[in-house]
Design a protein around this ligand. Structure first.
Ligand code: ADP
Length: 267
């Protein structure tokens, strides 16, 4: 059976080709080989990512860091199946992704990846509970009878059980982002992408959000955090720095910050 479709009870997907490409790395969650990305507008090519060689294992907490325009969002969109690369390879759980059709991509987006965005992207006149439940409506294999229990558990994980019946518009920014994290978590995806998740928050709320992400990582989730700030990136175990569309450094050797401890206690 294809590894790509062997986990989390998702039925095998015959549209995903099996590969024997470099067997040593078939178990890496993500692997890119000489990946590049160009945008094409009116026949004009804008190259944005160059020669990206990257391996990310299940259970890692990785920051992708770099100044504005360095290609962070573009790389996140490719790794999160929201956009396609131009040349090179992107292997997901050992399987090439270049030839996936729209149905296969839709299924992966619904089951394997989740996103937390800077702007929260919650439905404002909808309760916390229904916001978190929403992705389950599009999930092909989680049964209707499991939806409410999963939703309750995800909300509990981010400590917002007492706000379940509030409209999301009645919450603070930090609470909204924790709801977005619960929504990202509810499908039990292979990867949670967080794109500048503290960008719209005050320092205290930002710490609470980073605490929530670090707790998810401790419980086994794979997290890819995109940020332009070193102080945020240092919450991960590994920092990949992009510069002008290339990987400038990839390090696990830095002073990691544990959210809410003396590392970053506020006055
Ligand atoms: P970052 O997230 O690090 O700020 P981006 O990935 O958003 O960087 O952008 C990298 C580069 O790609 C920028 O120079 C940006 O202008 C360019 N870019 C992004 N999207 C497009 C697009 N749709 N068409 C053309 N160029 C784009």
């Amino acid at each position: 059976m294809s590894e790509f479709s062997s986990t989390k009870g998702v039925s095998p997907d015959s549209s995903i080709p099996h590969t024997t490409y470099d067997i040593r790395h078939t178990h890496s969650l993500i692997r890119t080989i000489a990946l590049s990305k160009s945008y094409f507008n009116d026949g004009l090519e804008t190259p944005v990512l160059f020669d990206i060689n990257l391996t990310i294992e299940k259970g890692e907490f990785v920051s992708i860091m770099g100044p504005s325009g360095s290609g962070k969002s573009t790389l996140m969109h490719i790794l999160g199946f929201l956009d396609s690369h131009t040349t090179g390879e992107f292997l997901f759980q050992g399987e090439p992704t270049g030839n996936l059709d729209e149905d296969a991509l839709a299924k992966i987006r619904a089951t394997r990846v989740s996103f937390v965005f800077q702007a929260f992207n919650l439905l404002p006149r909808t309760t916390v509970f229904d916001n978190v439940l929403l992705p389950l409506l599009y999930h092909p294999s989680i049964r209707t009878s499991q939806r409410e229990e999963r939703t309750r558990k995800a909300i509990e994980t981010v400590g917002l059980t007492d706000r379940s019946t509030y409209l999301s518009s009645q919450l603070s920014g930090g609470q909204k982002q924790r709801v977005a994290i619960a929504r990202a978590l509810v499908t039990d995806p292979d990867i949670i992408f967080a794109d500048e998740p503290t960008g719209n928050l005050d320092s205290h709320s930002g710490i609470a959000v980073m605490e929530a992400l670090q707790a998810l990582h401790r419980s086994g989730h794979t997290i890819i955090l995109v940020t332009h700030e070193l102080s945020t990136a240092r919450h991960a175990q590994r920092i990949i720095q992009l510069k002008d569309g290339r990987i400038e450094s990839d390090s696990r050797e830095f002073d990691r910050v544990i959210a809410g401890t003396d590392d970053e206690r506020l006055p």
